[in-house]
Design a binder for this molecule. Structure first.
Ligand SMILES: NC(=O)c1ccc[n+]([C@@H]2O[C@H](COP(=O)([O-])OP(=O)(O)OC[C@H]3O[C@@H](n4cnc5c(N)ncnc54)[C@H](OP(=O)(O)O)[C@@H]3O)[C@@H](O)[C@H]2O)c1
Length: 271
């Protein structure tokens, strides 16, 4: 079994990687920092592929290198993500950076890897319960930029596009989305009160709670979905239960629009 875990050199991704490795998978992990990547490869007996997921081109380049290396991918865990940009940032490709990392990048990577997926393959898209914070039109950026608002927007579009992909593949490849739940990871440690203004008055309390949240625990449901999914086109909460999405998010046209928007963005990029 060949598994790819994006952002697998730290945080929740590293824990998913360890669990997949324990289950017998040959795991490819990505990250930007080569020293950390090589250390992860040695510690966990996995393969490190340096990659920057912050642009579509970085994801397409990774897909190309994976295609050169393996004939198939059994498990794709689109784990990389987060939203620590205190100020609105735009990538060199012209996309809001949190949207690019959490939504456009994973869809570009998944699209490019589709020829390597087989009926046995599983795609696990890591999202967040924060998607519920984005109200109104899913395609409208937050009226006022905050890191958490951009993150909620990106995870909502990522979730919608994942549901579209599941329908497009119609059970030939298993595709699910999961909220791993809170975990004290490098991404969370990098957050400042500016990222979530509503929490600034209770920041010490928030940090005390976050510090206790285990990345290993957060990795459990994503790993289960990677190894033994019990359905496709579902959204799973961190406790392992499939949740019914709100009515407004179950609209197939809306989901397909989310997929098509990201797919169109990917086709404009030259590798
Ligand atoms: N932690 C939580 O409380 C929480 C809650 C809900 C959902 N989630 C979701 O769970 C997933 C994992 O979260 P996490 O907190 O574990 O994230 P994290 O701490 O930011 O993840 C760190 C890992 O991602 C890699 N990474 C970060 N940015 C990258 C980039 N641009 N290109 C390549 N690799 C990159 C890091 O390696 P390098 O730094 O070397 O690149 C490292 O391997 C995300 O999708 C997140 O949105 C997390």
């Amino acid at each position: 079994m060949i598994a790819l875990v994006t952002g697998g050199t730290g945080g929740i991704g590293r824990e998913i990687t360890a669990k997949l490795r324990d289950a017998g998978a040959s795991v490819l992990v990505t990250g930007r920092d080569r020293t950390r990547g090589q250390a992860t490869a040695t510690d966990l007996d996995v393969t490190f592929l340096p990659a920057d997921h912050s642009t579509i081109a970085g994801n397409l380049d990774l897909a190309y290198r994976i295609g050169e290396r393996v004939a198939s991918v059994d498990v794709l865990v689109n784990n990389v993500g987060g939203g620590a940009f205190a100020q609105r940032t735009v990538t060199r490709e012209g996309h809001e950076a949190t949207l690019a990392l959490n939504y456009l990048g994973p869809i570009a990577l998944t699209r490019a890897l589709l020829p390597l997926l087989s009926p046995r393959s599983r795609v696990v898209q890591v999202v967040s319960s924060a998607f519920g914070m984005h109200r109104g039109d899913p395609f409208a950026a937050p009226a006022r930029y905050t890191a958490v608002a951009a993150y909620a927007h990106a995870k909502l579009l990522s979730l919608l596009a994942t549901m579209s992909l599941a329908r497009q593949l119609d059970g030939t490849v298993t595709v699910n989305a999961v909220n791993p739940g809170m975990a004290w990871t490098p991404g969370v440690q990098a957050l400042t009160p500016r990222a979530v203004p509503a929490w600034r008055w209770i920041w010490p309390l928030v940090r005390a709670v976050q510090r206790r949240a285990s990345p290993e625990k957060a990795a459990r449901t994503p790993t289960r979905l990677a190894l033994t999914p019990d359905g496709t086109g579902r959204f799973y909460e961190s406790n392992g239960t499939a949740q019914t999405l709100p009515d407004r998010l179950r609209d197939p046209h809306l989901q397909d629009r989310a997929w098509q928007y990201a797919a169109a963005a990917a086709t404009t990029i030259k590798e």
